[in-house]
Design a protein around this ligand. Sequence first.
Ligand code: ZN
Ligand code: ZN
Ligand code: FE
Length: 759
Amino acid sequence: METQRLRLQLCGVVQGVGFRPLAYRLAVELELAGWAANTARGLTVEVEGSADAIDRFLERLARGKPPHAIIQRQKTTFIEPAGESGFTLRESLAERSVDHHTLILPDLAACPDCIKEIFDADNRRYHYPFTNCTQCGPRYSIITALPYDRAHTTLQHFALCPACVAEYNNPHDRRFHAQPIACPDCGPQLALWDSAGTPLASGNKALLNTAEAIRGGATVAMKGLGGFHLVADARNEAAVRRLRDRKRRKSKPFAMMFPTLQSIKAHCDVSDIEEHLLLSAASPIVLLKHQRNGNIAPSVAPENPNLGAMLPYTPLHHLLLGELGFPVVATSGNLSGEPICTDEFDALDRLRGIADFFLVHDRPIARPVDDSVVRVMMGRALVLRRARGYAPLPIETGTPLPAVLAVGGHLKNTVALSLGNSIVLSQPLGDLTTMRAAQALEKTVADLNGFYAPTPCVVACDAHPDYYSSQFASGLGLPLIAVQHHYAHVLSCMADNGLDEPVLGVAWDGTGLGTDGTLWGGEFLRVTAAGFERAAHLRTFMLPGTEQAIRQPCRAALGLLYEIFSDDLFTMNGLAPLDVFTPSEQRVLRRMMQRGINTPRTSSAGRLFDAVSALLGLCQVSDFEGQAAMALEFAAQPHGAADEAYPFRLEQQQSPIIVDWEPMIHGILDDLKNGLATGRIAAKFHNTLADIIATVAATLGETRVVLTGGCFQNSYLTCRAVERLRDIGCTPYWHKHVPPNDGGLALGQIIAAARILKE
Ligand code: ZN
Ligand code: ZN
Ligand code: FE
């Protein structure tokens, strides 16, 4: 029988998922000679033997594809037989090719087999918090270079013990070529420190003492997978309050970790799809409806009908939560706007005064990767923060792209790089107002350039010249393409849905710089092959105090009302946002608006939400982004069935069309005067916005409508808009894997640059 030799090249997420072990087992079973090796391109396998055996090899390899593997491209070539015997796993071929296409796997939640081992007193990994295997454990957070080998991870300095070496080399072991393999004898170790960094305990004793401290109401900074968490007993109101005071975080909800799915279900409504998300390898924080019949401290998520819940995703979490048996607050260990802390010495410094104790370990974290946040809307997951478990998985675009680097926006900054048919989008790095986030941006760009070739030929950034990301981009010495903020939002949502032009993009957010130099944010953009056109926008109003007006919704409300009532506004009675200010402050505001000083005009839908939230007395001053809009959404929830809405006006004589909200504001003021319940007004407001979207789409004759921008994190608005658009025969699209907020901008920037380069 004739001997053949086949070379198989796989590209995609093919390293660190158990592909080589599978190839080895099949080759040995089918008596094929050859080898398998990770390469910078992915995985290369050569098999030699009978044509029949090779066929069966390919068939069984495809059928047995490891669950976390993603094959983007596959190439098979028949080559000259080499006459070798036996099958080997070769050292990685570390050539750096021009076509650098291996993709990095995100960190994977601990698998059931590993969990079983750490709770099995007879297992050598009993109570060992860094247990992992080829199917689970750290990946992106430990990788320092490609190809994915132990020497290219932060575990490189942990020399394997004989028992681990045996597992690593045994093709029938779950840990065959598991790069982060570790055990109590040779792997990373736990330690508990006091707030001065003095070691108090190590190993399992450190874990038990940590549990004791949390039971006693202390806050513990815990080093996890992609960074630090601040952990406290979620049932202990005083402990949670203290954490809020120390972190200077008044009301932004804290995420929680529950010991088990059952314990989540005891506190929250969990649908099938939400359960599936909680149990997935990504193990994100899922926003769930809080039943409010349990013992969760009110300060965990004040005035919020939802809880952000996740399950333990590392053996360390399983051990700690198993020991505690109750849910904990597990909020990111950072200061507002900064990336999450990753280094224990850095944490001692940055989290000083917040944490009473530090539960640390000596496995270095290569880069900050925060927990992901997902919300289910209309039976589908919507990723609000795409980080651990998702980043840096590629987003397929279907068409080949030129090599472009995109540096994102300003808040929730992310960066992206195109790789052939796909785009790698980074985890959020924080708000670029902070120095540490700016440093993280630079490091992440260096990371992407180090991991992947070819080097980008163009860099795309936001059109706002003052964003740090834009300035950073212009310093790279590459041709620069500045992309309008809302156009990038729309393209991002189109890519997320695999959608081509033409579409009508509804981009509603806080603010972004428009092509006319004003602040946009309530935009209807018609996107065609030629680019985009601002087809309609919300009527503009002033933001007295600019930045201050973003933090103080009462100012947005006064700016809005000034458009209607001019100076008479200041003589009106019973206006909640006006009563916030003293008579002398009111005089200053009035002068500012009369003269147009420090009062930029905006068409922002986000600021419209702020203004109405203030008008209803829900939020005058916000202490986190989106708070006022969230308050308005939550107020509207119980009235979702109501079909009432306010009137509005379209000014169609000009282009772009202006959507005038004045009739709606009159309606809201009348309802307030008549004492209508706040919740009903809030619902009517949302309904009106959905009507506006549908009416503008119908007026412009567009049928495919894309909903994007931070405002579409709002479930009520999104669901209602989708419903109204379907009513009139339109096809609505909203986000899935990519956040509607500025965390998704970099993706849209790449598409925009690619479109320009194509011309
Ligand atoms: Zn495992
Ligand atoms: Zn070992
Ligand atoms: Fe935005």
